[in-house]
Ligand binder design. Structure first.
Ligand code: ATP
Ligand code: MG
Length: 649
């Protein structure tokens, strides 16, 4: 049997160093500086994290930096802190008082700017609203809203009084909403009359009404007006946001909370299966979000920073709200979709607000590549100085496009690897210090001890694939799965003793750079070779005709497993058997015969989670002609499954 756990076949050799100019003014300026930080942190992690935590405001200092009883961590034990205070109050006695905290752009083109002072006032009022409805420290509040400033106000309002928020992405159905409300036993739901989505209206309130038919835990509903669509208000249960806020006082001191107090619960994307209710703490989480925002995005006071994620996902929690605001930064928040009304919406907004730092997902980048270069070329993108990606491995081809067409070869790209569970970015370039390689998330953040190991937990040799693990606790790590510590242990801490198991496959190259190869669940076993899907997909996407590709295994009598590639083309009309052959040959040329797809299937769209990630588990079922299919509650567009079946030859 092969001792190799996952074979790595992708060969990407390009290296991009930050410009001298960028490095000179960066927060972390050189590889030497990074290495010093990394070594200091590795040698004495508690001193390192403790030193950084002093950059936050604490009501009471901690007694002990870390109490570790695997797998349960407590950080900054005995310390009292409040996340809302750190994002707001502490800026009010500085010149930042009237600085833009949130610049918001609505889908129809309306906009609003809230200064730190404005946001503080609204948050205090909302906290008082919560109190008036009987919400207390420790209660769970479900938030199901469009991307409007009130969403940030609601979450910071909860954080201020110690209510644990559970944000449910506004694209979820009433069924998914119900499950999450019940799991978190939320007492209150905060929602809106509706949300705009590509010109249509998402009936958020209707979905809440449907969900609440079977959620006895919910006592009240707060309804914010966004679309002005008529909604039914249930007497005694449903209340209008504006009416409540009009009566609320704007004085509300922040609660002094234990560092370990649960700030929020958030469910994972569900790419691999049933979502997990990830619980995050206050002090440790906030430190992770704060320091990574500062170092990874090289965030400075004069920057206009924009993360395009939805706050319904962890990226929006950490990198639209908690991280940037704890830094006193200006954070752009956008309600709409990248391609509405036209595929240049993102570029238009960059131009409009002169965005300097831009953070998005590979799925958005690939779809914008498909739309054509004429769209970004119409706009002045010269304000940009740094680009970032998160969510999936980025194919080197998409990276190069992002670098060339958007960054004009001037902006470093930070490919940030992390998870809902990790709370903050763990593997990433520090843009002024670490040279980038397209497709690699590069090196661990200081204080993060990451490795690639084999089945026995032993480190593998350079360039050999294996399992990505984290070997030391870190402040923003998840604390548990809500109400299910056993599942928490089993899911992440039983594979290897003393290591957090990420569920992702990866390799480390000779420079110690990490290349994430996709999820371990997605690895395919072909004639004794275990291949990560990302590498074959990247080879396919490097063909000029291909927009996106997803590769899965199908049981095969002869080979054990056959490789099936689902491919979307840049122009649909080019579908042909010749092209299929050409693509097979292309993979052989890029990787080798061992990765040659046995079957290529053209399709218009790939099934994705609502966070935009490809759901290979569904494609596996389709490739194997299974009639029944696993959990589809997190699937963005159910009709894609039927189309994929129709497309079967
Ligand atoms: P579930 O755990 O429910 O299946 P999910 O893993 O998609 O859902 P998230 O926490 O949103 O939920 O996503 C984290 C995962 O996304 C990582 O484990 C990894 O597979 C992938 N990922 C995130 N960023 C990167 C990146 N920069 N490069 C490669 N993969 C990434
Ligand atoms: Mg996951």
């Amino acid at each position: 049997m092969s001792t190799v756990d996952i074979e790595s076949v992708l060969k990407e050799k390009r290296v991009f160093k930050p410009s001298l100019e960028f490095s000179k003014s960066a927060r972390i300026k050189s590889m030497k500086e990074y290495k010093t930080l990394y070594q200091q942190a590795a040698k004495n992690p508690e001193k390192f994290w403790g030193g950084l935590a002093k950059e936050l405001d604490w009501f009471t200092p901690w007694k002990k930096v870390l109490q570790w009883k695997e797998p349960f961590a407590k950080w900054f034990v005995g310390g009292k802190i409040n996340a809302s205070y750190n994002c707001l109050d502490r800026h009010l006695n500085t010149w930042r008082k009237n600085k833009a905290a949130i610049i918001w752009e609505g889908e129809p083109g309306d906009s609003r700017t809230l200064t730190y002072q404005d946001l503080h006032r609204e948050v205090c009022k909302f906290s008082n609203v919560l109190k008036s409805l009987g919400i207390k420290k420790g209660d769970r509040v479900a938030i199901y809203m469009p991307m409007i400033p009130e969403l940030a106000i609601a979450m910071l309002g909860c954080a201020r009084i110690g209510a644990t928020h559970s944000i449910i992405f506004g694209g979820f159905s009433s069924e998914a909403l119900k499950d999450r409300i019940l799991d978190a036993e939320a007492k209150l739901v905060v929602t809106a009359d509706g949300g705009f989505r590509k010109g249509a209206i998402v009936p958020l309130k209707e979905n809440v009404d449907q969900a609440l038919k079977s959620t006895p835990c919910v006592e009240k509903v707060i309804v914010c007006q966004r679309t002005k669509s008529p909604v039914q208000m249930v007497a005694g249960r449903d209340l209008h946001w504006t009416e409540l806020m009009a009566k609320a006082s704007d004085v509300c001191p922040a609660e002094k909370l234990d560092s370990e107090h649960p700030l929020f619960i958030l469910y994972t994307s569900g790419t691999t299966g049933k979502p997990k209710g990830v619980v995050h703490s206050t002090g440790g989480y906030l430190l992770g979000a704060y320091i990574t925002s500062k170092w990874v995005f090289d965030l400075k006071d004069e920057d206009t920073y924009w993360c395009t994620a939805d706050i319904g996902w962890v990226t929006g929690h950490s990198y639209i709200v908690y991280g940037p605001l704890a830094n006193g930064a200006t954070s752009v928040m956008f309600e709409g979709a990248p391609t509405y009304p036209q595929p240049d919406r993102l570029w238009e907004i960059i131009d409009k607000y002169k965005v300097n730092i831009f953070y998005t997902a590979p799925t958005a980048i690939r779809s914008l590549i498909k739309s054509g270069d004429e769209w970004p070329l119409k706009h002045d993108l010269s304000s940009l100085r740094l680009l970032g990606t998160v969510g999936e491995p980025i194919n080197p081809e998409a990276w190069i496009w992002y670098h060339t067409v958007i960054g004009k070869k001037r902006c470093p790209i930070v490919d940030t690897w992390w998870q809902t569970e990790t709370g903050a970015i763990l593997i990433t370039p520090l843009p002024g210090a670490i040279p980038a390689k397209p497709g690699s998330a590069t090196l661990p953040f200081p204080g993060i001890i990451a490795d690639v190991v084999d089945k026995e937990g032993k480190p593998v040799k350079p360039d050999q694939g294996g399992y990505l693990v984290i070997k030391k606790p870190w402040p923003s790590m998840m604390r548990t799965i809500y109400k299910d510590p056993e599942r928490f242990k089993k899911q992440y801490w039983t594979q290897y003793q003393g290591m957090y198991f990420t569920g992702d496959g990866a390799r480390k190259d000779k420079d110690g750079y990490f290349w994430v190869m996709g999820r371990v669940d997605d690895v395919i076993n072909v004639a004794g070779h275990r291949l990560g899907t990302m590498e074959i997909e990247s080879a396919l996407v490097s063909h000029p005709g291909v927009a996106e590709a997803s590769v899965v295994g199908r049981p095969d009598d002869l080979k054990g497993t056959a490789i099936v590639a689902f491919v979307t083309l840049k122009t649909k009309t080019s579908r042909s058997d010749e092209l299929k052959n050409e693509l097979r040959q292309h993979v052989v040329k890029e990787i080798g015969a061992l990765a040659r797809p046995d079957e290529i299937r053209f399709t218009e769209n790939l099934p994705k989670t609502r966070s935009g990630k490809i759901m290979r588990r569904l494609l596996r079922d389709i490739a194997a002609h299974h009639q029944t299919i696993g959990d589809t509650s997190t699937l963005e567009d159910i009709s894609i499954l039927a189309k994929l079946r129709e497309d079967e030859e």
